[in-house]
Design a protein around this ligand. Structure first.
Ligand SMILES: NC(=O)c1ccc[n+]([C@@H]2O[C@H](COP(=O)([O-])OP(=O)(O)OC[C@H]3O[C@@H](n4cnc5c(N)ncnc54)[C@H](OP(=O)(O)O)[C@@H]3O)[C@@H](O)[C@H]2O)c1
Length: 300
């Protein structure tokens, strides 16, 4: 059987778990990159029971560790062939600022830097017609760049530097998450521009991002999970929250999209002005290369 191959991060809970199962059901070979290998194996077992004969694989990958991302990239590259769908789904929220083993702020590292490095490593393995899908959020819209305690705005490009640092002044849980989701869109648009400019004989690959809706998942701490339906009465379950991701992965019409941001109704939407700022996209891209230890791009 000639299966499409999907690599997807964060399948132990929520949107990623539903999406991984739906993709396996659609006949994809699904490679699940998970932070917790034990939980990943349990999820795989449950999915195999529901879908006997499915092709499901688990690869450990803590996105908050650049070394683990490099190892997972190597495993995927050596053990699996071409990739048809690369889905950056995993995401996290933190109530306090923590440093990763690499010394970066954990939410930014998990939600942006790890996926950036993974993407870089797997891009050469993407098949012609491949689709890269990034789960961003409408929360990007709230992202601001304020770097001091008095709340004074500073120039966004300079403030990018503060994103990666766990001890940045004025750190807040909400801003850290919102900015990481802004980074998802800035990254997707910069990537799509590069993919669109590739030589005509290079594999055709698309990159698009999405807001899944306000979804009842494990993303928030338990107390906030209980409170959230009161604050956001339009909350949907993970099954509904996976639909835009699945549309981008499976629908034939989605093959024509490049550099788009889709809302929870699978419609193309306009993200914030900051997200559309090309200079900011490029500034994040060049810094992300440096932060992940990748060489600077050669200017043609
Ligand atoms: N829920 C919403 O309302 C909402 C709205 C907009 C956007 N989103 C986005 O949707 C995506 C999926 O989130 P969800 O709502 O489904 O949340 P979830 O239920 O908490 O699932 C998040 C997944 O990401 C994984 N993950 C967390 N940290 C990781 C790390 N360091 N390395 C690898 N995987 C890691 C989690 O693994 P563990 O089980 O090991 O923690 C889990 O499998 C995220 O990108 C989120 O920002 C969600």
């Amino acid at each position: 059987m000639n299966r499409l191959t999907t690599v997807i991060t964060g399948t132990t809970h929520g949107i990623g778990r539903v999406a991984a199962q739906a993709l396996a059901q659609a006949g994809h070979r699904v490679i699940m990159l998970v932070r917790d290998a034990h939980a990943g194996a349990q999820v795989r077992e449950a999915m195999m029971a529901a879908l006997p004969g499915a092709a499901l694989h688990v690869v450990p990958c803590d996105l908050a560790s650049l070394a683990q991302v490099r190892r997972a990239t190597e495993t995927v590259c050596t053990e699996y062939g071409l990739i048809d769908r690369l889905i950056h789904n995993a995401g996290t929220v933190a109530m306090r600022a923590h440093a990763t083993v690499d010394g970066y702020e954990r939410v930014f590292a998990t939600n942006h830097l790890g996926p950036f490095l993974l993407n870089h490593g797997l891009l050469p393995r993407m098949a012609d017609g491949g689709r890269i899908i990034v789960v961003a959020s409408c929360a990007h819209d709230r992202a601001q760049f304020r770097t001091d305690r008095r709340g004074e705005s500073s120039e966004p490009h300079r403030a990018l530097d503060a994103l990666a640092h766990p001890a940045a002044p004025g750190w807040s849980a909400r801003q850290a998450y919102d900015r990481s989701k802004l980074a998802n869109i800035l990254f997707t648009f910069a990537l799509a521009r590069r993919l669109a400019a590739r030589a005509p004989d290079a594999p055709r690959i698309s990159a698009n991002c999405l807001h899944p809706g306000i979804v009842h998942t494990h993303l928030l701490p338990v107390w906030l999970r209980l409170l959230k339906p009161l604050i956001s009465p339009g909350m949907i379950d993970a099954q509904a929250g996976a639909q835009t991701l699945l549309h981008l992965a499976l629908h034939p019409d989605a093959a024509a999209l490049q550099g788009c941001y889709l809302d929870e109704y699978q419609q193309i939407a306009t993200p914030s002005a900051l997200a559309r700022d090309v200079a900011l996209q490029e500034a994040l891209w060049s810094r992300s290369l440096r932060w992940t230890g990748l060489p600077p791009e050669q200017v043609q």
